[in-house]
Design a protein around this ligand. Structure first.
Ligand code: HPA
Ligand code: ZN
Length: 346
């Protein structure tokens, strides 16, 4: 078992979270509360019943549990509460900067206006920045299983809100939906000055070809998951050459595949590739960013110096201006220096 001092150090160390789906942060308590105030009927009446419904073993079965929960979200206040709740919990686990995925199609397809949804997120981001100092940016993801035409229509809808977004991404069920299908919308996003990232989920069919397409055809700045890259030396070399960061999610991995891919994550760090250890969809996978640091530290027998290297790496993978990146790296150093009793575990 992990030393409790090291676990707490891992939870609290300043870090950047770069892989979290705001839609996937709906805690059971909030689902019940929002359903009640919106008069949305639910099959479950307690948080225990909701948690008991969280049964899945791969990406499609996870998405089949997660997506129907979106039906409770309707008003700007709902989106504010969802995002505010996440930002408060993340901050309590050391997150100082977060780049948040949001999936507009999960809401616009149910008749929620784009502005209602993003307006709630934006208000929460400004309010929590004021309250705790957490910095948050938005990355708009396209649902790859809804195809390119729906992605292009979503891109058009997002036009009035471009200043509120730092980048675009690609998520949902990867089977039969390779990155190359989305070249057009990613090239428009790049021309508009946004950064681009793509999910290459764990152990998917044709995963190496999908990683190659993301790097070469879509010219991504980052890859989400993508730990299968370590199995292909040429791809790994290409990613390293391009300075591509990877966002990795140990707890999520252990639900949708057989392992948390700890060895692969450690190999990426050893290669000097920027890596952000992140939570993905925390209520479903049992932990926030700090919990993911702690569980990985436990699994690989990490020392405090390793955990500090992960935290530094997360800020290197973030889309931050150089001065802010340096300031966060200095925060990590200060935290390590001043952490009580950490010398006992270094
Ligand atoms: N992969 C694909 N789609 C998703 C994920 C993920 O990790 N989380 C929420 N939607
Ligand atoms: Zn994800």
């Amino acid at each position: 078992m992990i030393d409790p001092t090291l676990a707490e150090f891992a939870r609290r160390i300043p870090k950047a979270e770069l892989h979290v789906h705001i839609d996937g942060t709906l805690e059971p308590e909030m689902k019940l509360e929002i359903a009640r105030r919106n008069g949305v009927p639910l099959a479950e009446s307690t948080t225990e019943e909701i948690r008991a419904s969280y049964v899945f073993h791969d990406l499609p079965t996870f998405l089949a549990v997660h997506y129907p929960n979106m039906a409770v979200l309707r008003t700007e206040q709902d989106y504010f509460d969802l995002c505010q709740g996440y930002l408060a919990r993340a901050h309590a686990q050391g997150v100082r900067h977060v780049e948040i995925f949001f999936d507009p199609q999960l809401h616009t397809s149910r008749g929620v206006a784009f502005g209602t949804m993003i307006g709630g997120y934006r208000r929460a981001i400004l309010s929590e920045r004021e309250r705790t100092g957490i910095s948050a940016e938005l990355i708009m993801c396209f649902l790859r299983d809804r195809g390119i035409d729906d992605a292009l229509a979503t891109w058009e809808q997002s036009e009035p809100y471009r200043d509120w977004m730092i980048g675009v991404g690609l998520d949902s069920d990867e089977k039969d939906h390779p990155p190359v299908e989305f070249v057009e919308v990613f090239s428009r996003a790049r021309q508009a000055g946004l950064r681009v990232t793509v999910h290459c989920d764990i152990d998917q069919e044709n995963t190496h070809e999908h990683i190659r397409q993301a790097l070469v055809e879509l010219q991504v700045d980052r890859i989400d998951h993508g730990t299968n890259v370590v199995e292909d030396a040429a791809l790994l070399a290409l990613a390293r050459e391009r300075g591509i960061g990877f966002t990795v999610c140990p707890l999520s991995n252990s639900f949708v595949t057989a392992t948390m891919k700890a060895d692969e994550i450690v190999a990426l760090v050893r290669e000097g590739i920027p890596v952000s250890i992140s939570s993905d969809d925390p209520p479903y996978f049992g932990g926030y960013a700090g919990d993911n640091y702690a569980v990985l530290a436990d699994r690989v027998g990490a020392q405090a110096a390793d955990v500090a290297a992960w935290a530094r790496s997360s800020f290197r993978a973030a889309w931050l201006p150089p001065d802010r990146r340096e300031a966060y790296l200095a925060d990590v150093d200060r935290f390590v220096r001043e952490y009580p009793a950490i010398s006992s575990v270094t």
